[in-house]
Design a protein around this ligand. Structure first.
Ligand code: NAP
Length: 261
């Protein structure tokens, strides 16, 4: 198997990479960062997001293996001390690989131009300086006129990230959902919005419509400054990302380890 190594590690990088190289040789694989079957990423959850975005044109043909090195590790199954287990799992004919749909956002600009973005965790619109006002539609049906700091639409996989900090629900990633969660909504006589997160089935389409000036569109760790968008359409895309898990992986163990221990 051809394995690409993705690491932003600063500490012990050489030692870790030497250990990986030794095992790659022992199990008759090859390190190849140009043409590969899987990406072995080492670091924290942010590393996974970056590895996916940097390989988004190859996602149909590859899977990801996370080596957790001391941070939160929601997207990780193996630790540095369990490196050999990765290679034993790669030997198995029945690998425990989960597939997750990416979010897709289509931005319509005032001049009629379009921009398309993809994300693992969430797509968000934020205005850190002024009140952001946006109509929110689901399948073309108006939900609300939102006023506040911003809005996010997260995937089930991304529900443990920014969405969780905003009080949104954690969604088991075996369910394909979209979740709309508000960022600091204004509630008073003039402004009203739903005020709780809204979980939608995988076929729904969420749209933010309005004069979206000076808005930052965030998608995972990336941002795009939009001065002149009129409509942002968000849905689950057909593009998936595949992750290798240990045979005894269970989502609830991950939630407990990351947030309750
Ligand atoms: P980052 O440093 O890459 O990530 C910020 C934190 O979110 C890190 O602790 C990261 O874990 C964790 N994280 C990322 N994806 C996660 C997931 N699916 N489940 C649980 N935790 C997750 O920051 P960034 O480059 O600005 O943006 C990447 C992500 O940060 C965004 O997708 C967004 O979800 C999140 N974010 C969170 C907040 C917030 O909670 N207030 C605000 C802005 C952005 P590691 O330490 O393991 O990397």
């Amino acid at each position: 198997m051809k394995i690409s190594i993705y690491s932003k590690e600063k500490e012990n990088k050489e030692i870790i990479l030497a250990k990986v190289a030794e095992l790659v040789k022992k199990y008759n694989h090859e390190i190849n960062n140009e043409d590969f079957d899987c990406v072995l990423y080492i670091g924290g959850d942010g590393t996974f997001l970056r590895a996916v975005q940097e390989n988004k044109d190859k996602l149909d043909d590859i899977f990801f293996i996370g080596i957790h090195n001391g941070k939160l590790g929601f997207f990780y199954d193996y630790t540095i001390d369990e490196l050999e287990e990765v290679f034993k799992d790669l030997e198995k004919t029945e690998k425990n690989i989960s597939k997750h749909r990416l979010l897709k956002a289509e931005l319509t600009l005032i001049d009629g131009g379009k921009e398309t973005l993809y994300a693992v965790n969430e797509i968000r619109i934020e205005n850190p300086f002024h009140t952001l006002v946006s109509d929110v539609y689901v399948d073309g049906v108006k939900l609300e006129t939102f006023s506040g700091n911003g809005l996010i639409v997260c995937s089930s996989l991304g529900s443990t990230a920014y969405n969780r900090s905003l009080g949104g629900s954690l969604i088991c990633p075996t369910l394909d959902t979209l979740q709309v969660t508000e960022i600091a909504p204004i509630f008073n006589k003039s402004y009203r919005s739903i005020g709780s997160s809204l979980v939608l089935s995988s076929d729904r389409i969420v749209e933010f419509v309005g004069k979206l000036t000076n808005v930052v569109v965030g998608y995972d760790h990336l941002t795009s400054h939009i001065n002149d968008s009129t409509r942002i359409k968000i849905q689950l895309s057909d593009q998936t990302v595949s992750i290798l898990h240990k045979s005894d992986y269970h989502y609830i163990n991950k939630v407990r380890e990351c947030f309750a221990e």
